[in-house]
Ligand binder design. Structure first.
Ligand code: ADP
Ligand code: MG
Ligand code: MG
Length: 545
C-alpha cells in the first residue's frame, strides 16, 4: 500500500523535526521509560524467557479528529449489543457461514464445535464478550469530500496555536530554508498560522470506517494505556505538558479485567479461578501478564492460571455438573489469548480441548458463537443492506452503525460472488482480499488480488471476502524500534484505532455493556499491515484535534 500524492496529512501535536541532540536524548530516555513501564515484548529474533525488548512506539501521539474519536467511543455499546445479538442468532450464523465452511477447514472446525454444542444445548448460557472494534479514518469519504471541506493543497492550518502542516503530501516544514528571505517568509508564515489558530482544526474531511471487529484475543488492553504513558512522558520532557489534556484517558486494562471479574462474580464460586488460554510461546507477554497482575493485585482472592490448549487437553476434565476442572481447581472464566489461528491447534488434542471447554460450565471469552460472529464473513454479511435491522431496533442506531461500514463484498459461489470476482479483476487497486483468519498477515492487497483469485476455484473463493481499501490520512513523526536508526528519521505513517467493549449476558438479557478504553497502532504508510506483535506497527495513542 503506498500513499497517494493527494493523501491529506494530519497536523502534528508539536513542531517537528526536533533538534538532533534533543531527539537523541529524549529517545534514549523514552526507550528506558517504555521497558520500565511494561511497554515491552519478548524478542522474536533473540528470544529469551528472561528478557524483554521495548515495543516499537511512535515518539509523540498522533493526531486524531476529536469528533470522530468521540463518535467511535459513543457507538461502542451499540456495537457490543449488535455483536451479542449476532452471536445468538443461530440461523444468521449458519446461513452466513454455509459456503465458507465448505472450503475453509479452520472455520469448519469451529463451526463443528458450534453445531455439536447446539445439538446438546449450551451448558453455560452466559457469554463474556471482550471486543475490539478496529477502525481507520477514511480521507476520501464520499459524503465529506467536497472542496469546501478539504483544505487546499499546501494550505497550512494550526492546532492549539501551533504550526502544523495540513499540507497535501509534500514533505517540508514551515521554516525550511536559511537566510533573511527564508526568515521573513517563516515569520509571515507564523503570522498566518497565528491568524488561523483562532479557527478550530478542520477534521471534517475525515470520517472513520470499521476495519474489522475482533471477538477473540482482543489484545492491547495494557499496551494501549502504556503507549499513552510513554508519550505523556515524552511530551512533558520536551516541555509540552500543557498539551497533555488532549490525550484522552484510557482505562482499557481496568475495563477489560473488570469484565472478567464481573463474569467471575456471575459464576459465583469463591474458589473458582480465571484461566488464560495462551500460545506455546507468548511474545506479547507484557500485555497478557498485566491483565493477570491487575486481577491479582485488585482482587487478590481470585486466582489466575495460564495454560496452552495442549495442557488443557492433558489436565482438563469435566466434573459432575460439567464444571471445568484442571487438577482439582474449578475454572469460572476462560479468557482465550490463543485459539484464533490454525497454528494453535497442533493436533486433534487441541480441538478436543476447545470442545471440552465449550461444553463446560465455565464462562468463555469468547464462546464459540461469539468467535464465529467475529469472522470476516459475518462482518461482510452485516454490511449488506437491511441486515442490521435484524439485530438493532432503533432506526438512528441502524443509521449510525451503517455509516461505519465501507464496501464489503461476498465471494460466495453464486451470482453476487461472481460479480465481486469480476469487479476485483477490473479494479484490484481499490480492494483488500481477506480470509477468515486473525492475527494479521493473511490479507492480499490491490494488484496482488487478481493472481490470488485466479489461483482459486470458484468454490474456494467462498473462504474469502473482498473489502474496499480505506485511505487514511498521513501523520509524520518518529517511530522508535529496537535496533532501529538512531536518531530516528521522520517517516510518514497511518494509524488504526481500536475501541474496546465489554458485553456480558445470555440470549435473552445483557447484564453488562460498556465501552472499555482504546488502543492506537501506527504503521509506515507504505506497509500493508501494522501488527505490533508481528513487527510492523508501533504503539501510539491519539492526540485529539
Ligand atoms: P486481522 O484480523 O488479521 O487483524 P484485519 O482485517 O484487521 O485482519 O487486517 C489486518 C490489517 O490490514 C489491518 O490492521 C489494516 O492495517 C489492514 N487492513 C485491513 N482492512 C483494510 C482496509 N479495508 N483498508 C486498508 N487497510 C486494511
Ligand atoms: Mg482481527
Ligand atoms: Mg485486525
Amino acid at each position: 500500500m503506498s500513499s497517494e500524492a493527494n493523501t491529506p496529512v494530519l497536523p502534528n501535536c508539536i513542531r517537528l523535526p526536533l533538534p538532533e541532540d534533543e531527539l537523541m536524548e529524549v529517545v534514549a530516555k523514552a526507550k528506558d521509560y517504555a521497558i520500565m513501564h511494561g511497554a515491552a515484548m519478548r524478542s522474536k529474533t533473540a528470544f529469551s524467557p528472561d528478557s524483554l525488548n521495548f515495543a516499537p512506539f511512535v515518539l509523540v501521539p498522533s493526531s486524531f479528529p476529536r469528533k470522530e474519536f468521540e463518535k467511535a467511543v459513543a457507538l461502542q455499546p451499540i456495537i457490543n449489543r449488535l455483536m451479542h445479538n449476532v452471536a445468538h442468532d443461530e440461523e444468521f450464523i449458519t446461513t452466513t457461514l454455509a459456503e465458507t465452511i465448505k472450503v475453509d477447514e479452520f472455520t469448519a472446525n469451529l463451526f463443528n464445535i458450534y453445531r455439536k454444542v447446539l445439538a446438546h444445548g449450551f451448558t453455560q448460557k452466559i457469554s463474556l464478550g471482550m471486543l475490539r472494534s478496529d477502525l481507520m479514518l477514511e480521507s476520501c469519504c464520499p459524503e465529506l469530500s467536497t472542496q469546501a471541506q478539504r483544505p487546499a493543497a499546501g494550505e497550512d492550518t494550526a492546532v492549539d496555536g501551533m504550526d502544523v502542516a495540513l499540507a497535501v503530501n509534500s514533505v517540508g516544514t514551515a521554516a525550511a530554508g536559511t537566510g533573511r528571505k527564508a526568515a521573513a517568509a517563516a515569520t509571515e508564515q507564523e503570522e498566518q498560522l497565528k491568524r488561523k489558530a483562532a479557527n478550530p482544526i478542520q477534521s471534517a474531511y475525515c470520517c472513520w470506517k470499521q476495519v474489522e471487529i475482533n471477538t477473540i484475543a482482543s489484545g492491547f488492553g495494557h499496551l494501549g494505556p502504556a503507549s499513552k504513558i510513554i508519550q505523556r512522558f515524552v511530551l512533558s520532557e520536551l516541555g509540552h505538558a500543557d498539551k497533555l489534556h488532549n490525550m484522552p484517558s484510557n482505562n482499557a486494562l481496568a475495563g477489560l479485567c473488570d469484565g472478567m471479574v464481573k463474569a467471575w462474580d456471575i459464576y459465583a464460586k469463591p474458589k473458582a479461578v480465571i484461566l488464560f488460554i495462551i500460545e506455546d510461546v507468548s511474545y506479547n507477554i507484557c500485555d497478557q501478564r498485566f491483565h493477570e497482575f491487575y486481577i491479582r493485585e485488585t482482587y487478590p482472592h481470585i486466582k489466575v492460571l495460564r495454560r496452552t490448549l495442549t495442557e488443557v487437553h492433558k489436565e482438563g476434565k469435566l466434573g459432575q455438573s460439567k464444571e471445568l476442572l484442571l487438577g482439582n481447581q474449578e475454572v469460572a472464566v476462560i479468557y482465550f489469548r490463543a485459539g484464533y489461528e490454525p497454528g494453535h491447534y497442533h493436533s486433534q488434542a487441541e480441538w478436543d480441548a476447545r470442545y471440552l471447554m465449550e461444553t463446560s460450565l465455565a464462562i468463555k471469552c469468547p464462546s464459540i458463537h461469539y468467535h464465529l460472529a467475529g469472522t470476516k464473513k459475518v462482518q461482510q454479511a452485516l454490511a449488506q443492506p437491511a441486515v442490521l435491522e435484524r439485530f438493532i431496533n432503533d432506526p438512528d442506531e441502524i443509521k449510525a452503525v451503517g455509516k461505519i461500514f465501507t464496501g464489503l463484498y461476498s465471494l460466495d459461489d453464486n451470482e453476487a460472488g461472481n460479480a465481486t470476482y469480476e469487479m476485483a479483476l477490473r479494479t484490484p487497486e481499490k480492494f483488500v482480499l481477506k480470509p477468515q483468519r486473525e492475527g494479521g498477515g493473511n490479507n492480499v492487497y490491490g494488484v496482488d488480488i487478481p493472481d490470488a483469485l485466479k489461483r482459486m476455484s470458484r468454490v474456494e473463493r467462498s473462504a474469502w471476502i473482498l473489502m474496499d481499501l480505506i485511505h487514511p490520512p498521513l501523520t509524520r513523526g518518529y517511530m522508535v524500534r529496537p535496533g532501529g536508526d538512531m536518531p530516528p528519521q521522520i517517516v510518514e505513517m497511518v494509524s488504526e484505532l481500536g475501541i474496546f467493549g465489554v458485553v456480558i449476558g445470555d440470549a435473552e438479557h445483557i447484564v453488562h455493556n460498556y465501552q472499555a478504553g482504546h488502543m492506537l497502532r501506527t504503521k509506515l504508510s507504505t506497509a500493508n499491515e501494522g501488527g505490533v506483535a508481528a513487527g510492523l506497527g508501533a504503539l501510539d495513542s491519539p492526540y485529539l484535534i
